[in-house]
Design a protein around this ligand. Structure first.
Ligand SMILES: [Fe+2]
Ligand SMILES: [Fe+2]
Length: 376
């Protein structure tokens, strides 16, 4: 039943959602006094569309200015998927307020949860404000899906709980970095309000990734949790985030490009001729290169002789050309039987979670936040 006819109606639903996932208003007030959720629209460097079939035309300010129904549907779908991940990440992280390693970390977590909620808010503001009754229904459904219980968030990686802080820092370094790539691509959109949403979101996203890499560096520096154990969480979220770029040779990615809804990461600066067949793979490779650079920065402070690494692109993929076969982290092809034995040695298991609980009992499992570990 549709309950949303104005944005204020939607805000009421947001309050219900907040209490359901335990994003406590007192906690927000404690770390971010006076914070109010709001939609933020940045200014765009140009009012012109600069890629796709409508290149050179004025960006569309309203949905009705978008010239074709299929294009409007594509824009709506992009916004729904983006918003869904924002709310989902909070649901995944809902346990972490109870086991923060320090007050500083709790403050970072609360800020991240608040900002992810604001990102979902921003997407729903677009839906309710711009997309008529269909947008209102989608904005309501956005708060009805759950990463837990129903586990019906739209992308699988967003239905898994993040229950401890090693998991969380790996999540924010790798999954939020995927978020940065998605937001950057939408920032080139011909649909002006969508593009204008991205600047403020990207500035907030930088803090999430900074929290992730700084946390992973502090863990590597402390040297309490064995590197092999740290590595398992890298493997989990790196492979998961590679999947988020979608299937190879994706038809919907090609249309989104042709229609000027979603550009390449470097659409405003690249002189490369577009290969529409390879859009998702191109973004995935750029992301992979950035992941390699972040892991190198973590190894700079890693006190162990064992180094952290980035698993092969083919490892543990659920989407795309490698999803039907099994590969080791070094890219070796494995039979299904070999994979069964191998997977628990490189991906987190229930047993690992129990072992980790022991490490977390030692307050030195993570180095304190210091000026020298600041990074993003
Ligand atoms: Fe976000
Ligand atoms: Fe984020």
């Amino acid at each position: 039943m549709a309950r949303v006819s104005t944005f204020d109606d939607w805000i009421d639903l947001l309050k219900e959602w907040q209490s359901d996932i335990g994003l406590d208003q007192d906690l927000i007030e404690r770390f971010m006094p006076g914070y109010r959720f709001e939609a933020k629209y940045g200014t765009l460097p140009t009012s012109e569309i600069y890629f796709g079939n409508f290149k050179g035309e004025r960006r569309w300010e309203t949905v009705m200015e978008i010239p074709d129904q299929r294009m409007r549907d594509a824009a709506l779908s992009m916004i729904v998927y983006q918003g869904d991940t924002e709310f989902a990440s909070n649901e995944q992280q809902r346990f972490l307020v109870n086991n923060a390693p320090s007050e500083y970390d709790l403050a970072s977590l609360v800020r991240i949860m608040v900002e992810e909620t604001r990102h979902g808010y921003q997407m729903c503001h677009l839906l309710v404000d711009k997309f008529g009754s269909e947008g209102k229904i989608e904005a309501q459904k956005m708060l009805e899906r759950r990463a837990f219980g129903k586990k019906n968030r739209l992308l699988n990686a967003f239905n898994e709980d993040v229950v401890h802080w090693l998991d969380f820092f790996a999540y924010t370094n790798f999954m939020d970095r995927d978020g940065k790539f998605q937001l950057t691509m939408l920032g080139h959109s011909g649909f002006a309000p969508l593009a204008a949403s991205m600047g403020p979101m990207l500035r907030e996203e930088a803090f999430h990734m900074g929290t992730g890499i700084t946390g992973l560096r502090r863990i590597a520096k402390a040297g309490v949790i064995p590197v092999e154990m740290q590595q398992k969480y890298y493997n989990k979220w790196i492979s998961g985030s590679l999947d988020l770029f979608g299937t190879d040779h994706s038809g919907s990615a090609q249309w989104a490009y042709t229609w000027g809804i979603k550009g390449r990461v470097d659409e405003d600066s690249t002189s490369e001729v577009v290969d529409k067949e390879e859009l998702n793979d191109r973004a995935r490779s750029q992301f992979y290169a950035e992941v390699i650079a972040t892991v190198a920065r973590i190894n700079e402070v890693n006190v162990s002789d064992t180094k952290l690494y980035v698993p092969d692109m083919r490892f543990n993929r659920k989407i795309g050309q490698y999803s039907s076969e099994k590969y080791a982290t070094d890219g070796r092809k494995l039979s299904d039987a070999e994979w069964e034995v191998y997977a628990p040695t490189v991906l987190p298991t229930a047993g690992d979670e129990a072992v980790l609980a022991g490490y977390f009992a030692n307050p030195d499992w993570i180095a304190p936040k210091s000026a020298s570990s600041a990074a993003n």
